[in-house]
Design a protein around this ligand. Structure first.
Ligand code: ATP
Ligand code: MN
Length: 478
């Protein structure tokens, strides 16, 4: 009998008194008798009961935390508390030993920082098992949401010569010998001799290419790795993250907001249904963590309540201008409690301002629209007031910005004029401008940072804990 049954299925089994094979890693072994075994299919362990009196002591010694086992035995209704079924072992095989003196993951609470340094093994903890199962469900749900609506999944390039945001926070891609970089006569780097014959970088966004797809396929989305060399050591930024970018022909900003809100609710609901156990576990984890904070810093809702609240309430929609008015009049601003006082119209909102709107004022997700054109990208559609653009940012409690999007400028003359004002070379983006020359039409899209979504749904506090192997300044281990 080599067919293994996953622990999740065993724990749900309606049948008992059946022979089973189960494989997994030891989470705990107590009284030389009870093994808690986990195979990652669920946060719950199956209890293996060992007949220690009739088991070779040498084998018993090798049943240590972290060891990989194959167990044959009988599934029975459990007599003990805490589980409905357990496996009475008839045969135990050690597939892989784990030296208890050296194995870093002990059956006790480890700090998240410690586990980040042991990211190769942190999957074996209950917290990270739950996080990565939830992450998996969210990724699947994103695809299912768009596929059900007839969107085409478009793969935009990872290597590009354009910097979509013009922010310049890109990683260079080159195969130059770094000790001997070819220079031109005037002493500049001679990219003509580089692999692509020009300067290239890792993508910061698939949007511009996504727009090209939408101008023929109508509804597309991308879902891929994105790279930003921003040296911001925050709990919300990674150097490598995954972004979902839908782009839809004929949509305006309201359609765009509706799409984003529907999508967020859909994927959160999917994870709630699919990963009820994991979210329950993460809810308890967060509640425990919050107990260590002073009362006034604890959130009023549990994780589960926050997720349900998000599903059951419309996101608040208001303009940037309205938000500025609210912030100016707010108590923390008047009492000078903000680190950055609200400067007035035209400046970018600080994350403390965004969080005030979401967490204190509206107490729910907020969509801000119609930002000053000076603080937004060149491709956003210009409003008739001459001052604002059809931008939208979605702000989430505890996260801040989770989505950034806009209706795009589809009028060639307006777009070129804005690019000139902002010093963006129109010749280089000839292919982008061609869509405005041939059959241009209104269209809109947005970018959702996937890890920020996973942060929200898992209730974790640091983005480095919701991607398997985080890339951030001075860290590319594993
Ligand atoms: P922020 O102001 O938070 O840096 P941004 O304005 O740079 O965000 P966009 O360029 O609009 O963000 O990117 C779209 C989305 O991608 C953001 O709403 C966010 O969810 C996500 N995102 C942006 N930068 C990062 C990053 N460095 N790490 C993880 N996610 C990110
Ligand atoms: Mn940024």
């Amino acid at each position: 009998m080599s067919q293994r049954t996953k622990i999740k299925a065993l724990l749900q089994s309606q049948q008992t008194e059946i022979d089973v094979t189960v494989k997994g890693w030891v989470r705990a072994f107590r009284s030389n008798r009870f093994i808690a075994l986990n195979d990652g299919s669920t946060n719950n362990n199956i209890q293996i009961v060992v007949d220690f009196e009739n088991t070779d002591p040498a084998l018993l010694k090798r049943i240590t935390v972290g060891a990989a086992l194959s167990v044959e035995g009988k599934l029975i209704a459990s007599l003990g508390k805490g589980q409905t079924v357990e496996v009475v072992a008839t045969e135990i095989e050690i597939l892989g030993d784990s030296d208890p003196e050296k194995y870093p993951i002990q059956p006790k609470k480890h700090s998240l920082e410690f586990l980040r340094e042991n990211a190769h093994l942190r999957f074996r903890t209950s917290t990270f098992g739950a996080i990565f199962r939830v992450r998996n469900s969210l990724a699947f749900a994103v695809h299912q949401f768009f596929q059900e609506r007839g969107f085409v999944y478009l793969h935009t390039p990872v290597i590009t010569a354009s910097d979509a945001e013009g922010a310049g926070e890109t990683f260079h891609v080159t195969n130059f010998d770094l000790d001997n970089i070819p220079k031109t006569e005037t002493g500049e780097i001679d990219f003509k001799q580089d692999f692509f014959g020009r300067a290239t970088n890792l993508t910061v966004s698939g949007q511009l290419e996504g727009e090209l797809g939408a101008m023929a396929l109508s509804d597309i989305y991308t879902f891929g790795p994105t790279f930003r060399a921003e040296n911001s050591n925050t709990t919300r930024h990674l150097a490598e993250f995954w972004m979902i970018e839908p782009e839809v022909a004929f949509n305006d900003l309201v359609d765009n907001m509706d799409l984003a809100e529907d999508m967020l609710k859909y994927v959160i609901k999917y994870a709630l249904d699919k990963n009820a156990d994991d979210i329950e576990f993460l809810t308890q984890r967060l509640t425990e963590e919050e107990k260590t904070k002073p009362q006034n810093e604890r959130s009023e809702m549990t994780l589960l309540e926050k997720l349900q609240f998000c599903l059951n309430n419309d996101f608040e929609r208001l303009t940037y201008t309205e938000a500025i008015d609210i912030l100016k009049e707010s108590t923390p601003n008047k009492k000078k409690k903000f680190v950055y006082p609200v400067e007035g119209w035209g400046t970018d909102l600080q994350s403390e301002h965004e969080r005030y709107l979401v967490e204190k004022h509206f107490k729910k997700p907020v969509i801000l629209t119609d930002y000053p054109k000076e603080i937004k990208a060149f491709y956003m559609r210009q409003n008739d007031d001459g001052k604002t653009v059809r931008a939208m940012d979605i702000l989430f409690p505890g996260i801040g910005e989770i989505v950034g999007g806009s209706q795009r400028e589809e009028r060639l003359d307006k777009l070129e004029q804005r690019m000139n004002e902002m010093g963006i070379p129109t010749e280089e983006l000839w292919w982008y401008l061609d869509t405005r020359r041939f059959g241009s039409c209104p269209h809109a899209g947005f970018g959702l940072g996937f890890e920020r979504l996973v942060l929200f749904v898992t209730g974790m506090g640091n983005i480095r804990d919701v991607i398997p192997f985080p890339r951030f300044p001075k860290n590319a281990e594993f």
